[in-house]
Design a protein around this ligand. Sequence first.
Ligand code: NAG
Length: 212
Amino acid sequence: MLLKTLFHLHLSFLLIFTSQAAVQDFCVGDLSAPEGPAGYSCKSPAKVTVNDFVYSGLAGVGNTSNLIKAAVSPAFSAQFPALNGLGLSIARLDLAPGGVVPMHTHPGGSELLLVVDGSICAGFISSANKIYFKTLYKGDLMVFPQGLLHFQVNAGKGPALAFVSFSSPSPGLQILDFALFANDLPTELIHDTTFLDEAQIKKLKGVLGGTN
Ligand SMILES: *[C@@H]1O[C@H](CO)[C@@H](O)[C@H](O)[C@H]1NC(C)=O
């Protein structure tokens, strides 16, 4: 009986020890070192203060004076290092009238959009090439599964505001038109790989700052 109790005690100490060793409350990112696949390394916990856990960068309206009339203000681990290792992040999306977030993907995470003001037509394309899109209004949520191409377009006459959260502290962003037309990928190769005609490719390169 005594032996059995001792054994159980020993076992529970082992379990407590193991779970304590495995759990870390937080790992505020140390941005002075490069980001790896698992995120940033940790800032020394002794140097962490409450201010590491607070980020005020999404309070203001983003600058939508640009080609897409849209501003995405990220609070990813690069801006808000306390998110490092926690598996989530958020961004603010401002859309001026006529604003659009062109077709894009986030390789690293799924996205949950909440419309706070105005209305937004949003959609995604599945890998079976089925389109799912809808006009969303204040209070509506829509989810965009990880890695799939998706878009948001201001569907109203006034500005629209949304917040988008991600299942990754660093979800990444690749905009399809920028990938195709904002760099020096040769026009001929774009034609070969997309079947778009060269005049259209050159026109879009001109608008988006691409060459070749
Ligand atoms: C917004 O961005 C435009 C274009 O980059 C710039 O000219 C303008 O000064 C910016 N406005 C503000 C308020 O920062």
